[in-house]
Design a protein around this ligand. Sequence first.
Ligand code: AMP
Length: 191
Amino acid sequence: MAKQAILMLGAPGSGKGTQAKNLEKEYGFVQISTGELLRERVKVLDELGKQISDFMNVGAFVPDELISKMLVEHIRSAAMDKILFDGFPRNETQIQIFEKLLQELGIEELTPIYLHVEEEELIRRLLKRAEIEGRADDTEGTIGKRIKTYNTLTHPVVDHYATYPNFIQVSGDDQPAEVVWEELKGRLSFK
Ligand code: AMP
């Protein structure tokens, strides 16, 4: 079977993680979330862990070189035919790294999925998540910075993949995650 990859695109709070879990369960994709990898790495209380948390806690990106090294090491440690990328690529430089990685991995089919949610709704959700999960980067000041960074650096990544034939855009506004999932599933052609 052809090696497949999904690229989950969307702002912080758009529901990428939730839909990624659905895609994992339904179609057997393995989710790779760079945010999760970083949060795990931060738990190692060494100098690198501290450097990473210093970036994350103020809502800044960690350097491209560092994130791509972590990603490549993680992928090489497991043989995967169906990979779901969540949180990477996040800027133009990372697109180049990503395209090269797909080639190296022999991925023949890429499906970019974009979850669109209006900014006001994103802020509302992230503040709610802050109450529930207590993530260090879900504070009011940091949320604003992350959304701004998303608009300037990451939205161009969406524009890039919007030209792909398999590109799928789903609205995550004003509807529960289950409804978004049903709509998404209906648009996919995976078996
Ligand atoms: P996320 O869980 O995807 O919202 O990511 C949380 C934080 O991890 C981001 O605000 C960044 O500080 C960092 N991060 C995650 N993915 C990347 C990436 N591809 N490049 C740079 N920083 C990242």
